[in-house]
Design a protein around this ligand. Structure first.
Ligand SMILES: Cc1cc2nc3c(=O)[nH]c(=O)nc-3n(C[C@H](O)[C@H](O)[C@H](O)COP(=O)(O)O)c2cc1C
Length: 330
């Protein structure tokens, strides 16, 4: 088994069995909605529908990229994809680097189905190592609607085998945005994107940004469990999700995704209020899939939907446009 495949399996194993959550808040607990004791609307009429990159969704959620590239990953991706298709939300596979190294692994990512907005995924660093033709192949091989490019310099820095020369990657992202036949989404993996980076990414041509901040899965923590280097020192390093989102929302026009410790529909509502188009999460859904397959993931998505709807009901927000203007307590 190649190192990339082995590492992906280890990552999932650690996320499922060890403490890897940020020890500090994602920042949303400081935000409170003004509550309307007379909602003057029917809970059942609250509308969660939205569009993302031209695609209609039943609710503003995304299961962000996690896995692929080893045998067990096929079942994980397939079951989460089925749940996302049925619930009308976006799904992204994890890094497709393993299939560049061994094309027979494509099947572990190929989970496109009717009605599903499916995103591919590759590390920004891999843009230095592979041709634009190969990157386009990643998209085509799984029939993806968009490609997520992940920025993970913190993770690479605390990983002994990590890629450490990050010169010239922004230009590679711009070339990819120019050449690719689908939109590019730039994302962090849990350490956050600040306003400077968001502006640079927008200028490079990305069509959406997932700010993926601290407060949820910590990749420093994951790497610390793998080899005990400095991951513990950097466990909470980075920008809390709410803060990353607030800075980026003021400065860029592309749709923003908020992930990083979003563990309820109430937090998703706060993210949308601060300017996110979608709220995303990763680890809760792989846990739900391991626990109860497609129905477990569907239940987890339905719980997020219910909590988002409840928040909208109680803030007199009949739809997501109204939620974006809902009053906050000072
Ligand atoms: C098991 C696991 C594997 C992940 N692998 C990837 C990956 O391959 N590519 C990527 O862009 N992000 C990856 N992530 C990061 C998530 O997409 C997300 O940005 C981050 O975990 C924060 O969300 P959370 O706090 O809801 O888990 C992974 C997350 C988990 C939990």
């Amino acid at each position: 088994m190649k190192q990339t495949q082995k590492r992906k399996g280890e990552h999932v194993d650690i996320v499922l069995n060890q403490d890897v959550q940020g020890h500090q808040s994602n920042g949303f607990d400081a935000i409170r909605f003004n509550y309307y004791a007379l909602p003057e609307q029917d809970f059942h009429a609250v509308n969660l529908e939205t569009t993302f990159l031209g695609h209609a969704l039943k609710a503003p959620f995304m299961v962000t990229g996690m896995t692929g590239g080893y045998t067990d990953a096929q079942k994980i991706n397939s079951e989460i994809a089925q749940a996302c298709a049925q619930e009308g939300i976006v799904f992204a596979v994890g890094s497709q680097r393993a299939m560049l190294e061994d094309p027979t692994l494509s099947k572990t990512y190929a989970v496109k189905q009717k009605g599903l907005f499916l995103c591919g995924n590759i590390g920004a660093y891999q843009l230095k190592q592979y041709s634009l033709k190969q990157i386009q192949w990643l998209v085509d091989a799984i029939n993806a609607d968009a490609l997520c490019i992940h920025l993970n310099p913190l993770q690479e820095a605390v990983q002994p085998e990590g890629d450490k020369n990050w010169n010239g990657i922004l230009a590679k992202i711009a070339d990819t945005c120019d050449a690719l036949r689908v939109p590019v989404i730039a994302k962090e993996v849990g350490a956050g994107i600040n306003v400077t980076i968001a502006k640079e990414l927008q200028k490079a041509g990305v069509k959406a940004i997932d700010v993926s901040g601290t407060g949820g899965t910590s990749w420093s923590a994951v790497e610390h469990h793998r080899h005990g280097l400095s991951g513990d020192v950097f466990w909470d390093f980075g920008i809390p999700t709410a803060s990353a989102l607030a800075q980026c929302a003021k400065a860029v026009k592309v749709p923003l995704i908020a992930s990083g410790g979003i563990r309820s529909g109430l937090e998703a509502a706060k993210a949308i209020r601060l300017g996110a188009t979608l709220a995303g999460a990763a680890s809760p859904f792989i846990k739900a899939q391991q626990h109860a397959g497609v129905s477990g993931v569907r239940q987890a998505i339905q719980k997020y939907k219910h909590e988002l709807k409840t928040t909208m009901f109680l803030t007199r927000s009949k739809d997501l446009n109204a939620l974006k203007k809902a009053e906050l307590l000072k």
